[in-house]
Design a protein around this ligand. Structure first.
Ligand SMILES: [Zn+2]
Length: 183
């Protein structure tokens, strides 16, 4: 705990240094670090993100067990075979899990809750089971907190609501949310 003037409230033994005294201490090195970062999404993830910019949900196919990975993986997590070809999924899916969230992405509290959850994407013609399926964690629009609480949101058919093409940047947020398929 610091008291006034940066001194602890309970005095400790020793001699306190003032800031300018400290700055004159021998051996003190001053430097301004210049740290620049560039993050590469990697081969698989990059192509997936480019696909989003074009309004496509792309996955990679395991040639051995014919599972499709969204988000893409370089290797099949099920049988460890390198994934091979790219496939475009229709984008529709079902709500697999959903929660009512009062936490914004910056960890601040939301007054109006958001619904978020895992969307199990349709992958017609490909292998999937209870544990391995193409899916995305995303915002869910058009579903009420009550529908999440009573469980009726689970299994609901949804589709992506895309941002206008000119606003897309190659990010998962190019999809604003998943919303119920009408009818
Ligand atoms: Zn596989």
């Amino acid at each position: 705990m610091s008291g006034e003037g940066g001194k602890p409230k309970t005095p400790l033994p020793g001699t306190y240094l003032k800031r300018d005294e400290y700055m004159k201490l021998p051996g003190l090195i001053k430097y301004k670090p210049v740290a620049r970062y560039m993050f590469s999404a990697g081969q698989a993830q990059s192509r997936f993100l480019h696909g989003l910019k074009e309004g496509k949900i792309l996955g990679v196919l395991c040639p051995s067990c014919r599972r499709v990975y969204v988000p893409p993986r370089a290797y099949c997590e099920y049988c460890h075979t390198p994934t091979s070809e790219w496939v475009e999924l229709p984008g529709t899916g079902t709500i697999h899990t959903a929660v009512v969230s009062y936490i914004a992405t910056d960890r601040s509290r939301l007054e109006e809750p958001e619904i978020v959850g895992v969307i199990r994407l349709d992958a017609p013609g490909y292998k999937e089971d209870q544990y391995e399926f193409a899916g995305l964690f995303h915002k869910i629009c058009g579903v009420t907190p009550e529908q999440v609480m009573d469980g009726s949101a689970i299994g609901m058919r949804v589709k992506p609501r895309w941002k206008p093409a000119e606003e897309r940047t190659g990010s998962v947020t190019d999809i604003e949310c998943f919303e119920p398929v009408e009818g």
